[in-house]
Design a protein around this ligand. Structure first.
Ligand code: SAM
Length: 272
């Protein structure tokens, strides 16, 4: 393994003071970073997409695990530090300067790839829902290993009947397996964010037949848009939805959070 300088030194040498506007909270503990890089499983010679490498802490852990990393970073100030890291792992790191929200990862890979990221909080949920919303399934990515605010991680992995259960849980679970893989204390970041964080690991599963992702999204949007109301009220504006409830035998007096992910899928199947 190449002998790398401590991350604090890299940050100081390249003047990478954390920018609030870019959602920068850096992880500097190499052992923690290695544990995060281990969550997706064996990465030896696997293609990995990392969003927001910053000074390259998680990037170096991924490279140590043997991955071939493509990293998208918006902050130009980080590029020299990442170039140095690329020199230490020749041919293993490709850095793309740009906005991940405007980059289609499919254009970057001609092989399956794992996505691993300590995401900027402000863009994290948008990227996550985008990656999970495609009509084509399974996607080209093989897993998502993503840092979120703990509250968001709990919403992604929530079970029906809980307050955290909602659109994000259904989106993450109807054709994928999502688990909370690791909690990360706020003090692990420099500077520490206001709230605790957690890493979610998502693996694509089988796509239930005859269901459109867009239709399912419309059903959950309407149902959870008025989550305290009965379904007969919240789904009233969605053409065919009340008939669909009846056809699959769901009592319209129930509220959205009592429906299992499978029940939402059944309703969407009838509507699709
Ligand atoms: N991965 C590093 C770590 O774990 O220490 C940095 C994490 S920091 C929370 C988020 C990083 O994402 C920053 O480097 C920031 O510049 C970058 N970033 C923010 N918005 C981005 C976007 N839309 N596209 C690509 N990178 C972005």
């Amino acid at each position: 393994m190449p002998d790398l300088p401590p991350l604090r030194e890299v940050i100081a040498r390249h003047g990478l003071s954390a920018s609030k506007a870019l959602g920068q909270n850096f992880l500097l503990d190499e052992q923690l970073l290695d544990r995060i890089a281990a969550i997706p499983g064996d990465l030896a010679d696997r293609a990995v997409l990392e969003v927001g490498p910053g000074p390259g802490g998680l990037t170096r852990a991924l490279l140590r695990a043997g991955a071939r990393v493509t990293a998208i970073e918006m902050d130009r100030r980080c590029l020299p530090a990442l170039a140095e890291l690329g020199e230490a792992f020749p041919g293993k790191l490709r850095v793309i300067e740009g906005d991940a929200l405007k980059t289609d990862p499919a254009t970057l890979f001609d092989e399956p790839y794992a996505i691993v990221a300590n995401l900027p909080y402000n863009v994290g949920t948008a990227l996550f829902t985008g990656w999970l919303s495609g009509e084509d399934w399974p996607p080209q990515w093989t897993s998502l290993t993503l840092m979120f605010q703990e509250e968001v991680a709990r919403r992604i992995t929530a079970q029906s009947g809980t307050a955290a259960y909602g659109r994000l849980a259904v989106l993450a679970q109807w054709r994928s397996k999502a688990r909370l893989a690791m909690k990360v204390h706020r003090s692990a970041f420099t500077p520490p964010p206001k709230v605790m964080s957690a890493i979610v690991h998502v693996v694509p599963g089988e796509m239930p037949g005859g269901v459109s992702a867009r239709v399912l999204e419309r059903v959950t949007e309407a149902a959870f848009g008025q989550r305290r109301k009965m379904l007969r009220q919240s789904l009233k504006g969605l053409p065919g939805a009340l008939d669909a409830l009846e056809r699959v035998g769901i009592d319209p007096q129930r509220r959205a959070e009592t429906l299992s992910v499978d029940e939402f899928v059944e309703v969407a199947r009838v509507l699709s």
